[in-house]
Write a protein that binds this ligand. Sequence first.
Ligand SMILES: *Cc1c(COP(=O)(O)O)cnc(C)c1O
Length: 379
Amino acid sequence: MRPLQMVDTGTQYLKIKEEVDAAVISVMESSQFIGGKVVNDFASNLAQYNGSKHVIPCANGTDALQIAMMALGLKPGDEVITPSFTYIATVEVAALLGIKPVFVEVDKHTFCINPSAVEKAITRKTKAIVPVHLYGHAADMEAIMTISQKHNLYVIEDNAQAIGNVYTFSDGTNKKTGGIGHIGCTSFYPSKNLGAFGDGGAIFTDDDSLALQLRMIASHGQQKRYYHDVVGCNSRLDAIQAAILDIKLRHLDEYIEARRSAADFYDRSFADSPHIEIPFRANNNTHVFHQYTLILHNVNRDELSAYLSSKGIPSMIYYPVPAHKQKMFDHLGGSDFNLPITDWLTERVISLPIHTELDREQQQFIVDHVLTFINKTFQ
Ligand SMILES: *Cc1c(COP(=O)(O)O)cnc(C)c1O
């Protein structure tokens, strides 16, 4: 059996090696490392894939979120409503810009922001809602868009974990996540579902004037070279990464299928254990399983994880400390937020290996050892 990893980008690379190597060499031969046709082609292919009018490539997913908040004109003192149960980048960029992150609860089943908690947290200072499609499951975007229209707020989707998820509205129309809010942000960090061989990110929007702002801000505030209209930053996707991503984009739907099928196998294997809650899948979106995350009931998580590790099975806790309890938010009164569901989930979730290269033998091995541990606990 091949060794187990949380994500196996090495084996995935071998399957597209010839194509990728040729594309990388061609960029090197062209000497067009920054911007140019390869980057523009990838951006337009990605826009088409996502059903979005504009894609603005940038250096990473964190920058994408920061540039989004800058382009919307969010200022110190403004508030954005976000989940606390997320990767830190989502809220860190708000804090960096002097914007106050207002943490609200997630839904106990989807792990995503709870729309009624959002509505209760709206104040006169609220400017935007930042839902995160955590682990690859979409937030309740229909409810969030309705709230945003009612209160005249922007929606920035953190789509770093859910690229390719198809969301169906109650009228039957479909949109890909990241293309629903005013702005969508994604990351091409190597372990993400569409992962580069280094860092990368992108911003999605259908709005022409926002697209112009986003593009300017990502490029030192300039539209015309050396004429800087607004304060921006320097955030670029390089051509080598774009060339690789363009190839991987063609395989993205098949990669998602592989993840979903691995998730199906885990689901079937764990369905009968009362101590393991398998990931919830709302029927209005196609979970893309960036992570396969279980909720453990009355199981000692540290012991399970140590047992798995002793068998060569990695597992991870995403995330061991919710954002509101991170030291960086002490000065904002982070611990004043009372988020019992977030705390409850933080103590009980565990993620198992899931990726495009996981085979049945490996998966069966993982399942057997998880169940062996659980059965030993409860015999
Ligand atoms: C990965 C990730 C980011 C940040 O992406 P980087 O490319 O690492 O900067 C932001 N939000 C979420 C939810 C993520 O998973």
